[in-house]
Write a protein that binds this ligand. Structure first.
Ligand code: BES
Ligand code: MN
Ligand code: ZN
Length: 496
């Protein structure tokens, strides 16, 4: 998809759709007045009818218009300027993109606002528009004979001399981010028979080569050598062999600090012997979303040539109840020597992350963020659209939370008080892999904390927002690519 800025009057752009942002209340002045004149007063009439409100995420489509070079106009409401945030802008622009991406080969033009709206500058708007053009025009219907969504063939951001400054780089940044989000979505949306641990690793190797990331893939033998017995136990019940993928971007000083991004990559979670019922298993191809988010973010970090050192670690296994499956009561010795009692084979994500986290720590990384579709309990606590944050270091947590806020991604911190440690104390081994019914998202985080060796660490439980069960006007169902942008933003500010 080609996305580029152009200094051109709105009414002169040849396109299938001209997308025009409006705010609440709508004032038909300046460029909007010029557009209204070209449309023979249609906007004024709409306003008189009370239809042109600028209400947040509302859209009005005018089809087959004359008087403009474009054949259709889409007015998209951004709501009240003082209420506009990155998250709200994203929602409005995705709603717009999704409403006009139902045909093949559509060329769109987006009118860039003349001035800052609330906290959003013309450059930020343009970047968000590029992201939305990419994410809002790609669907989850990968295998349908008749697709319902088609990538735009061309996206022009129409600006004036005054607003054109720095737009090209903002748009390029948006394009890179949008493609990274779509990569994560695509990996989640593909079926689990294709995205096995080996299938995921192949895809990772290909994108790493494409974008200049170094890539290392550990097979079962190497995982054995590295004593990653906890991860290997989860893989035992499957005929698909496990993998760990490590991709690295060295953009900072050779001896500069290193950021680790760690992702849970359970390519299918049947629950193992603690088998899930059909309803719970239905969407479990999404259980590698953490790993997909890490890979997506790493491609963007490399393409943006961020001046930092970042390593991505993806722990890839399939959790199945085969004859060799690990069992309830098994004692696993993790890489760092901690012994784990298995009380439930469906609490497998933490077993995978345990070894990957301690491998990262042993590699000498300085700060860690892990992402995992880890617990249903987190979805119960925060709902489907919000991720949980857990940390052992408040200033590092604050950095991640503020990056998420800048990107408009919803994250809420939960406590990690000492009292929760009791929940996972083992009877036979050091710790057990479930902490019981209450506080399940926190006891899972407490489990992970045993493997980060005291390094500043933030765990993001993305079980809710990583996968959407249905299509909505503002987003496609399936993989969402959430937190790819937050990770890139953390990397951008890392070491500053
Ligand atoms: N992958 C699931 C968590 C999950 C639930 C992700 C819903 C996405 C949506 C995880 O492996 C799991 O099964 N967790 C168990 C833990 C329990 C057995 C302690 C859960 O949440 O029920
Ligand atoms: Mn599970
Ligand atoms: Zn799982």
């Amino acid at each position: 998809m080609e996305i580029r800025p152009q200094i051109v009057p709105q009414i002169e752009i040849a396109a299938d759709w001209l997308v025009v942002p409006i705010v609440e209340p709508v004032e038909i002045t300046g460029k909007l007045a010029t557009l209204d004149t070209a449309l023979a007063g249609a906007l004024t009439r709409l306003k008189e009818l009370g239809d042109l409100t600028g209400k947040f995420a509302s859209t009005i489509a005018l089809r087959g218009v004359t008087g403009l070079a474009a054949s259709r106009v889409l007015l998209v409401g951004l709501g009240k300027p003082q209420e506009l945030t990155a998250g709200r802008l994203d929602r409005a622009l995705n709603t717009a993109a999704r409403s006009i991406s139902d045909k093949k080969d559509v060329r769109i033009a987006v009118a860039v606002p003349e001035a800052t709206i609330g906290a959003i500058s013309p450059a930020q708007f343009s970047s968000a528009a590029a992201v939305a053009a990419l994410t809002g025009s790609v669907g989850q219907d990968l295998f349908k004979a008749e697709r319902s969504r088609f990538p735009f063939s061309e996206v022009t951001l129409a600006c004036s001399e005054a607003t054109s400054d720095g737009l090209a780089s903002a748009i390029e940044r948006g394009q890179i981010l949008g493609e990274a989000v779509n990569l994560a979505r695509d990996l989640v949306n593909r079926p689990p028979q294709e995205i096995t641990p080996v299938g995921f690793a192949q895809r990772a190797a290909a994108v790493a080569a494409q974008y200049g990331l170094s890539c290392d893939i550990f097979d079962e033998e190497r995982l054995e050598t590295e004593r990653m017995k906890s991860l290997l136990a989860v893989a035992q019940g499957s005929s698909e062999p496990p993998r760990m993928v490590i991709v690295e971007h060295r953009g900072g000083a050779p001896d500069g600090p290193r950021l680790a991004l760690v992702g849970k990559g359970v390519t299918f979670d049947s629950g193992g012997l603690s088998l899930k019922p059909t309803d719970g298993m239905l969407t479990m191809k999404c259980d590698m979303a953490g790993a997909a988010t890490v890979l997506g973010a790493m491609t963007a970090i490399a393409r943006l040539k961020l001046p930092v050192n970042v390593v991505g670690y993806m722990g890839l296994v399939e959790n199945m109840p085969g004859g060799a499956a690990f069992k309830l009561g098994d004692i696993l010795t993790a890489r760092n020597g901690v012994t784990i009692e298995v009380l439930n084979t469906d609490a497998e994500g933490r077993l995978v992350l345990a070894d990957v986290l301690s491998y990262a720590v042993d590699s000498g990384v300085d700060r860690i963020i892990d992402l995992a579709t880890l617990t249903g309990a987190c979805v119960v606590a925060l709902g489907e659209d919000v991720a949980g944050a857990f940390a052992n270091d408040q200033s590092w947590a604050d950095a991640v939370l503020s990056s998420a806020k800048n990107c408009g991604e919803d994250l809420w911190q939960l406590p990690m008080w000492d009292l929760y440690d009791d929940l996972i104390k083992g009877d036979v081994g050091d710790i057990k892999n479930t902490g019981g019914r209450w506080g399940g998202a926190i006891s899972a985080a407490k489990f992970l904390q045993r493997f980060v060796g005291g390094k500043p660490w933030v765990h993001l439980d993305i079980a809710g927002p990583a996968f959407a069960s249905s299509n909505k006007p503002h987003r496609e169902g399936g993989g969402t690519g959430c937190f790819v942008r937050t990770l890139v933003e953390v990397a951008r500010t890392f070491g500053q």
